[in-house]
Design a protein around this ligand. Structure first.
Ligand code: PLP
Length: 429
């Protein structure tokens, strides 16, 4: 049984003490009780939330942490001598340590707080390009990237004339590693790929991808938006040069995320934005910049968000990311098996290593119609191109219906999804 009692956040000098007597058995009912929204109804039906790829629901402890910090600690961080400011600063920096531990980074200097995956990629795209790239230099991405890992580089292509190269995939939705190797030239400066595809669920072999890039002396950015909620991430084991993710996709709050970067690269990259916090000294003659990680954190950070993100990561650790991975793997396997029994079912993404997400179409039922009608049954799924239009083009479709799973989803919910799809299919004859 997972017993998580974050309900009393004791403020003891400068840290919240969480009383979490934790045991690692996977008690799905207990977990579900931690997420109040899961007991609500939609159109009079119990909510079945299968849109976790877009955002996850929040356990009570995360929401409590936000409320408690605003009610009892709130003060701007880093620049105050007074008690509250120091307490808020301690919480903020303790959260950085929680993130460091969660992804096994070497140092908190390598943990930059951002607004999320998108901002983290934009930060690297802008700053890395300024530091290391000239017109004609190349970045390798893959055909299954989210727009944020395509357009950020295209903006740099417009600004600086850098060139994008694209790793293709096979029909199962697996990247073609032989083709990837052929893309390297003396002008290759960075590889930037998703850990897990938000459409196909493919778990990319990021360690191998990094090894190959490093053999060419090229660093690697891993977009972990869909990886971190489902898979144990160890940035040192992957040997990622950058790893980025959003808190809201791992049961944390919106508006905050992380850029992990190796210190030797971040040190040589210029600031992304100017403002308070990121400077050492300012004069009209010239300004010196702060050390890592603050060099990349201009302005007041989301210090309440960082606390809540740390609580979310602690929650995930308490349940056990490996336990979550096993649970979700069983669920996706079961769902794939059941869904394949539905006449006319087409599933996009049959990679050997798959996680969290099932994209599908049935017959010629439009994805929007399927999503709308499932919604009337209380089943929340996503429809459309999922911010991956180049991938849709590769698949020869406009969009899919996407069911994406989280730690709290159940087999019964998969059964309801399958029954819902069958019902909609019958309606369309
Ligand atoms: N990358 C991937 C693979 C995603 O799935 C998403 C969001 O769905 C993003 C990047 C962007 O994340 P955010 O909107 O939290 O910045």
């Amino acid at each position: 049984m997972v017993v998580l009692n974050y309900s009393f956040l004791i403020i003891n000098s400068s840290f919240f003490i969480f009383n979490s007597s934790l045991s690692k058995m996977y008690d799905i009912q207990k977990i579900r009780e931690d997420f109040p929204i899961l007991s609500r109804t939609v159109y009079g039906k119990p909510l079945i939330y299968l849109d976790n790829g877009a955002t996850t629901q929040k356990p009570k402890c995360v929401v409590d942490a936000i409320v408690d910090e605003y009610y009892s600690v709130n003060a701007n961080v880093h620049r105050g001598v007074h008690f509250l400011s120091q307490q808020a600063t301690n919480l903020h920096e303790a959260s950085r340590e929680t993130v460091r531990k969660f992804i096994n980074a070497r140092s908190t200097s390598e943990i930059i707080f951002t607004r999320g995956t998108t901002e983290s990629i934009n930060l690297v795209a802008s700053s890395f390009t300024d530091a290391f790239m000239r017109e004609g230099d190349e970045v390798i991405v893959s055909v299954m990237e989210h727009h944020s890992n395509i357009v950020s580089w295209q903006i740099q292509a417009l600004r600086k004339g850098i060139v994008l190269k694209v790793i293709p995939m096979n029909d199962r939705g697996e990247l073609l590693i032989d083709e990837y190797e052929k893309l390297f030239t003396p002008r290759t400066r960075l590889v930037s790929v998703a850990h897990v595809s938000n459409v196909l669920g493919t778990v990319n072999p990021v360690k191998r991808i990094a090894d190959i890039a490093h053999a060419h002396n090229v660093p690697v950015l891993i977009d972990g938006a869909q990886g971190i909620p489902h898979i144990k991430v160890d940035v040192q084991d992957i040997d990622a040069d950058f790893y980025v993710f959003s808190a809201h996709k791992i049961y944390g709050p919106t508006g905050i995320g992380v850029l992990y970067g190796k210190e030797n690269l971040l040190d040589r990259m210029p600031p992304y934005q100017g403002g308070g916090e990121m400077i050492k000294n300012v004069s009209f003659e010239g300004t010196t910049f702060n050390e890592l990680p603050f060099k990349f954190e201009a302005g007041t950070p989301d210090y309440v968000g960082s606390t809540a993100m740390a609580v979310a990561l602690d929650y995930v650790s308490a349940v056990g990311i490996e336990n979550i991975a096993v649970h979700e793997h069983e669920l996706v396997d079961y769902a794939m098996r059941r869904m394949k029994e539905i006449p006319g079912m087409r599933i996009f993404g049959e990679a050997e290593h798959k996680s969290g997400v099932i994209s599908f179409l049935v017959g010629d039922i439009h994805h929007f119609d399927m999503g709308t009608l499932l919604d009337r049954l209380g089943i929340a799924v996503r429809t459309g191109h999922h911010c991956a239009e180049p991938l849709m083009r590769r698949l020869g479709i406009e969009g899919t219906v996407r069911a994406s799973f989280g730690m709290y989803n159940t087999r019964e919910e998969v059964d309801a999804l399958v029954a819902g799809i069958e019902r909609v299919s019958r309606m369309f004859g």
